[in-house]
Design a protein around this ligand. Structure first.
Ligand code: SF4
Ligand code: SF4
Length: 135
C-alpha cells in the first residue's frame, strides 16, 4: 500500500520533470540518512537532504520548493559520495533551483545587493552565485 502511494506520487508531472531534468530516480533512495549525516550545512536547512528525498517520494513538491535547503546547499557533493544507492541529492537540489529560477522569481533580492558589497565579495563567490540566483 505504501509503495503504491509513493509510486503514484512520483508520477506527478513536476516530479516527473525533476527526474527527467536531473536523471535521478527518486524511488532508489531508501532513507538511510547518510546524505544528511555528511552534509556540512544540513544543520541550517529547513528540510535536510534525506527528508528532501522522502518529501519528493511522497509527492510533497510544493513543500520542498519553499524550503531554504535549495539555497543553503553549497554543492559539495558529499551527499552523492556517501549514498549507497548512487543518488545525488546535490543534483536534485540543482534541478529544483533551476525549476524555481525558470519561474523568474528572485528569492534573494539580487537587484538590491549594494555595489559596495559586490566590490568586496570574492569574485569566485559572485560567479558561483550566478548559478543560484540568475536564470
Ligand atoms: S551537495 Fe548540498 S546537499 Fe549535498 S552534502 Fe553538499 S551541501 Fe549538502
Ligand atoms: S544517502 Fe542516498 S539512500 Fe541514503 S537517504 Fe540519502 S539519498 Fe537516500
Amino acid at each position: 500500500m505504501k509503495i503504491k502511494l509513493a509510486q503514484s506520487a512520483i508520477e506527478g508531472s513536476e516530479i516527473n520533470q525533476l527526474e527527467r531534468v536531473t536523471g535521478e530516480e527518486l524511488k532508489r533512495c531508501y532513507q538511510c540518512g547518510k546524505c544528511s549525516a555528511g552534509c556540512p550545512v544540513s544543520f541550517a536547512m529547513d528540510i535536510p537532504p534525506t527528508q528532501i528525498m522522502r518529501f519528493l517520494q511522497l509527492g510533497m513538491f510544493d513543500d520542498v520548493m519553499k524550503a531554504n535547503s535549495l539555497w543553503v546547499c553549497v554543492g559539495c557533493l558529499q551527499c552523492y559520495a556517501r549514498c549507497p544507492q548512487g543518488c545525488s541529492v546535490a543534483n536534485v537540489l540543482e534541478g529544483l533551483r533551476q525549476m524555481v529560477l525558470r519561474k523568474g522569481e528572485d528569492h534573494y533580492g539580487v537587484k538590491e545587493i549594494s555595489a559596495r558589497f559586490l566590490e568586496k565579495a570574492p569574485q569566485q563567490a559572485i560567479v558561483c552565485g550566478f548559478r543560484k540566483f540568475v536564470s
